[in-house]
Structures are given as structure tokens and as C-alpha cells.
Design a binder for this molecule. Structure first.
Ligand SMILES: Nc1ncnc2c1ncn2[C@@H]1O[C@H](COP(=O)(O)OP(=O)(O)OP(=O)(O)O)[C@@H](O)[C@H]1O
Length: 327
């Protein structure tokens, strides 16, 4: 089962530039979470801080009792082995076959025999649907296949926490839909805690159990997906609708005068409550997502603290199914 990641009061600056401040959230064990936010709001910096590659000046990131910010480097390095990372471009070595790229972490970090490495690599290649392409070089395959190879490589060390940085970048809508399904299927199969950074609204609407958003150096919100998807906060509804009108400007925040003019002109209003589309289910034949079962108990126990619209959306999603069970 995946491991819970607890972020407490995290603040990161580069010199005088504050990226974000006082971020607190918990990635529940084995659940899928998405972090949204306009470009440049520090989503990648957040991922790198979780894994201890960047050092926030305040706060803690607790994983199995190890603080990825302040613990001794030796403990941080050890805890890093729990992670699988998928970067934007797949980050593959161009001169190595897909097989060798995916085998790389095993050859680097373990003493496994080549026969065992082959078994693990081929299994992961199968999970991401790349069987037959293992002999190809990254330059000989499409961007979508490179992403899946990057995901396979992230999986070889049996990660309990998976961080994906814009897994959809450069993919067409159909490939993005396949990728969304792959992420859910993966979660069903390995029950790892997953955090996905994306701008893609289809992934955001259909994949995660939990969602958050960074804007203007703050965590606007983080919680069950229905909270963000039904939120009437201007910054959230603007982002989800992909509108120009609202607090998000071309270079992040709009000035007060521009915002006031938009309000006078009647812009920035949402057209009634948004509908929440159902979350993806694992493909037929795969196990039930344990994270989804745990999430259901967790979310139902916190209903009293949630806004009305989110509560209604959650109740609608947990309605009885035709076979007598409950989703
Ligand atoms: N190592 C670094 N040194 C100095 N500044 C940095 C460093 N890494 C990131 N930044 C700055 O931090 C800010 C946030 O960058 P980041 O890449 O995290 O944004 P993002 O939200 O992931 O953006 P995008 O959605 O466009 O990928 C940017 O202004 C960037 O220039």
C-alpha cells in the first residue's frame, strides 16, 4: 500500500522571490491527487520539495517519520527510494533502447541478476502497453510512447509514492484519455500514493480522488475532488472554465482595476453550478482500487465539514449501482 505524505507549513523562495508559502496538505495513502495551477505557480518546485531535491526554508514533509526537508541527507536518500518519478519529457537517455532506459534504475540501485531485471522490465513494459517496442530508441517512437516508457521506468523499483509532472504535455486528447485510464489502472494494480501535476482539465476532472490548486503563492484549496470541481471561488472557476475573465492574468495575477472593470461589465460570473463528471474506474479485469475504498470512508466521515455543492456531488457519486452494490 502507498504511504501517506504529510506537508506542513511549507514555504519556498529563491532569493527574494517567494514561490509559495505556508502550504499544508496530506496526500492520503494509496489515493490519487492532482495539483493544478497556472504556469509558474511553483507546481514543479512543489514536487521537487516533496522528494527533497529542493529545500524549502520553512515547514516539513513527513514520509514514514522522515522529514524530507530537515532530516539527515542519508535518511532522505533512503526515503527517496520509495518514490517513482515521471517527468514532463519522459527524461529518457536518447542513446539507449527503451528496455535499457527502463532497466536503468534497477541496474543502478539494485544488485539483481539480469534475468530478474528482464522479468521486471518486461512486466512494467506490459503494464504501460509498450510490449514489442522495447528494442526501439526514444527517438524512434512517438511522444505518447515516450511518456509511457517514462512511466514504466518510474515503476521498476516498486514505488509507493509516484510523482508525475505534466504527464500529458504534448499529447493529443485521445492519447491523454488513454493516459488517464493508464494512471487509474496503475493505481488499481499497485495501490501507490500518486500526485500528478497537470494543466489538463480532462485529467483533473476524471482521474484524481483529491485536488488542489496553487495560485498567487498560496494553496487555494486541497481536498476531495468534488470540493474543487464545484467550487465557486473565482480563481478556481476561471481556471476550470479556461476563461480570460477572472483573477488569473497572462502573467499570473490581474491588477484590481482590471478585475473591477470586468465585474462592471458582468464578466467573471459562472453559469450556474458545474456538473461533476464521474471518476474513471479501473479497466475490466483489474482489481478494485483500494485507495478508492479507503477514500470513500474518509470522505463520508468528513461530510459535515464540506460545502453543500461538494456534499451533493459526493452523495451522487456514491449512489447504488444496478448490481446492488455502491460505487
Ligand atoms: N532552481 C531554481 N532557481 C531559481 N528559480 C527557480 C528554480 N526552479 C524554479 N524556479 C522558479 O520558480 C517558479 C515556479 O516554477 P515551476 O517550474 O515550479 O512552475 P510550474 O507551476 O511548474 O510552471 P509550469 O506549469 O509552467 O510548468 C518560476 O518562476 C521559476 O523560474
Amino acid at each position: 500500500m502507498g504511504i501517506e505524505v504529510v506537508v506542513e507549513g511549507l514555504t519556498k523562495s529563491f532569493g527574494k522571490q517567494n514561490i509559495w508559502q505556508d502550504i499544508s496538505l496530506t496526500l492520503p495513502a494509496g489515493e490519487v491527487s492532482v495539483m493544478l495551477g497556472p504556469s509558474g505557480t511553483g507546481k514543479t518546485v512543489f514536487l521537487k520539495s516533496i522528494i527533497g531535491l529542493l529545500k524549502p526554508e520553512k515547514g516539513r514533509v513527513l514520509i514514514n517519520g522522515v522529514d524530507m526537508v530537515n532530516s539527515p541527507e542519508r535518511e532522505i536518500m533512503e526515503t527517496r527510494k520509495l518514490f517513482g518519478l515521471m517527468f514532463q519529457d519522459g527524461a529518457l537517455f536518447g542513446s539507449m533502447s527503451l528496455f535499457d532506459n527502463i532497466a536503468f534504475p534497477l541496474r543502478e540501485h539494485t544488485r539483481k541478476k539480469e534475468s530478474e531485471i528482464r522479468r521486471i522490465v518486461m512486466e512494467r513494459i506490459d503494464i504501460v502497453g509498450l510490449l514489442g517496442a522495447e528494442g526501439k530508441l526514444p527517438g524512434e517512437i512517438s511522444g505518447g510512447m515516450r511518456k509511457r516508457a517514462g512511466l514504466a521506468r518510474a515503476l521498476v523499483l516498486d514505488p509507493q509514492i509516484i510523482l508525475c509532472d505534466e504527464p500529458d504535455s504534448g499529447l493529443d486528447p485521445v492519447r491523454t484519455a488513454y493516459l488517464s485510464q493508464l494512471l487509474i489502472d496503475l493505481n488499481a494494480q499497485i495501490d501507490a500514493t500518486m500526485l500528478i501535476v497537470t494543466h489538463n482539465l480532462d485529467i483533473a476532472a476524471t482521474v484524481p480522488d483529491n485536488m488542489g490548486m496553487l495560485f498567487c503563492r498560496n494553496l487555494v484549496t486541497f481536498g476531495p475532488r468534488e470540493v474543487l470541481l464545484t467550487s465557486d471561488m473565482p480563481v478556481v472557476s476561471q481556471f476550470l472554465a479556461g476563461r480570460r475573465e477572472g483573477p488569473i492574468g497572462m502573467s499570473e495575477e490581474k491588477d484590481a482595476a482590471t478585475l473591477a472593470a470586468e465585474q462592471t461589465n458582468g464578466f467573471g460570473h459562472t453559469a450556474g453550478p458545474r456538473t461533476v463528471v464521474p471518476q474513471l474506474e479501473p479497466s475490466p479485469g483489474l482489481p478494485v482500487r483500494q485507495g478508492a475504498l479507503r477514500r470513500r470512508e474518509r470522505v463520508l466521515s468528513m461530510m459535515g465539514q464540506l460545502p453543500d455543492a461538494a456534499r451533493t456531488a459526493i452523495m451522487n457519486s456514491y449512489t447504488p449501482t444496478l448490481d446492488g452494490g455502491r460505487r
